[in-house]
Write a protein that binds this ligand. Sequence first.
Ligand code: C5P
Length: 251
Amino acid sequence: MQTHPSTNTSKHSRDEARIIVALDYPDPGAARAMLARLDPDRCRVKIGKELFTRAGPELVRAAVDARFSVFLDLKFHDIPNTVAGACDAAADLGVWMVNVHAQGGPAMLSAARERLERRETRPLLIAVTVLTSLEAADLDAIGCPGTPRERVLGLAGLAHRAGLDGVVCSPMEASALRAAFGTGFRLVTPGVRPASAGAQDQKRVMTPAAAVVAGADDLVIGRPITAADEPLVALAAIEAELATVPPAEAG
Ligand code: C5P
């Protein structure tokens, strides 16, 4: 597995920070207020389609300027040239991680990676495999045979062969992916819930510690932090839980 010494993660004084706070706010002002409360040395942040469509690159730049590692979660899926250009534009914003759909195929994945590798520093490039909202019947309906799990492993293999840095996956899939692709392949998992938090609309959840033991590198956590009365207290509780995972198990 290749290493990427040029990726722009080094600004973190705590590179081991595993928590990515999902800034899922329709209101850019609320997202900015949360950024002002969070500490970029303790967590990273994720900006997705809704917030980006409302607030645009300006908010991404503001987060980067505030020293946050930003995961720009726009799940690019288009022809290779278009996706490569979109990834390059994301890199121009200074984001730490960007993602594409593995279902865009090998040429699209390779084009994205190759375009980013032309840069002196580049974001991590990861792939979405099968959206966790899709069940076997949905895959059937779009003409994809096999179980979701088989497709996740197949598409993760495609991303791995194309030289991507990792995938977004459910924590339930993390151990199988870790066994198949080793420690150099980054596993980013949403669907994480501290034991004390409600699951909301997430169906297949794991606690932060269990997700890390299963092989997750980065934990995308939204509402357990952003909807808490005291977001920083909620973040500290998750950090304390993660500190209980022995290093060997934390990979
Ligand atoms: O609030 P919560 O912790 O459920 O937020 C999880 C975040 O991860 C959301 O931004 C959601 O869109 C994202 N996500 C997910 N499941 C996926 C991919 C992304 O929950 N399969």
